[in-house]
Design a protein around this ligand. Sequence first.
Ligand code: RIB
Ligand code: CA
Length: 318
Amino acid sequence: MSPRPVIIDCDPGQDDAVALFLAMASPEDVDIVGITAVAGNVPLALTQRNARIMCDLAGRADVPVFAGCDRPMRRDSVTAEHVHGSTGIDGMDLFDPATPLSDRHAVDFLVEAIKAAPDEGITLVATGPLTNVATAFGREPGIAANVREIVLMGGASREGGNITPSAEFNIFVDPDAADAVFRCGRPLVVMGLDVTHQVISTPARVAAIAALDNPVARATASMLGFFHRHDSAKYGTEGGPLHDPCTVAWLLSPGLFEGKPCNVSVETASSLTAGHTAVDFWHVTDRPRNALWVHSVDADGFYDLLTRRLARFGGRAP
Ligand code: RIB
Ligand code: CA
C-alpha cells in the first residue's frame, strides 16, 4: 500500500519533535507533504526553527517547512515555556538548522496543498493549537472536502485540563479555531489527555531510546529528560506524557488504540471554561458524533513502535 500524504501542523515542543521523528522514520507509511508551524508552546519564530532542526537531525531537509499564524484567531497569545523551556525544546543542544524555511505562509500552503490533494484525500496531523488549520478552512471552506481525516492531539474529558481546570493547552490557546475544526464535517481522530496521559516516558523507556545511540535518539532522550521534569512533579508520575506522537502512531498502528465515536464540542463563550472539550461519551444528546474520541492505548506497544522506528536513524538495534 502506498504511503498516505500528510501535512503535520505543529508547535515544537519536545513532544511535537518526537512526533516529527516518528513520521520521518516511516516513509513507507506517511508521505510528509509539508510541515506547518504555528505559535503555541513557544512563539512562532521558535516553533518554525525547532521544526527545521528536527528535519536536519532526521536527514530530511527535503521536507518543506512553513511558518503560519503567530497568534490565535481572536484571543491573546498563550505559551508554555514553563513546560517546554524558553527554547521550546530545552534538553537538547540547539543549532542553526540548514533546512530552509519556505517564504510561503503556512496557511497559503495548506490551502493549495489540500486543494491539490489526490482522490483519496490528504491527512492533517495537528499537534498544536488549530489556528493554521481553521484559518485555511475559513479562507476556502470548500477545501475541507479534500481532507481524508484530521488526527489531532487536543482536548480532555475524564483527565481534566492541564492549562486550566477544564481545558487542555492546544484547545485552550485557540478555542475559536478548535471549534471551527470540530465543526468542519471531516473525520476527526482526537487524542486527548485521557489517552496521552497513559503513555508516560518512564526512565526505562527513555533509556531504551538512548541506547539506540543515533543523533535522533540521543536528541529524543535528552529532550524527554527535560520535558518530564514539570509533568512528573505535577502528576506524580515517573515521566512525562508523550502527547503528540500518539497522532502519528495512530497512522502507523491504529490497533494500539481504542476509541469511541462521540460528539466533541468546544466551549468558546465562558471565561471560566474556555477551551473545554465537552465529550458526549454516553451519547446523552442528539449532537452528531463528529469525532473518534480515543480513550485507551497499549503503552508498551506504543513505545516499542517508537523505539523500533527511531532505530531506523542508525546506531544500535533495539
Ligand atoms: O497539552 C499538550 C499539548 O500542548 C501538546 O501538543 C504539547 O506539545 C502542547 O502543544
Ligand atoms: Ca504540541
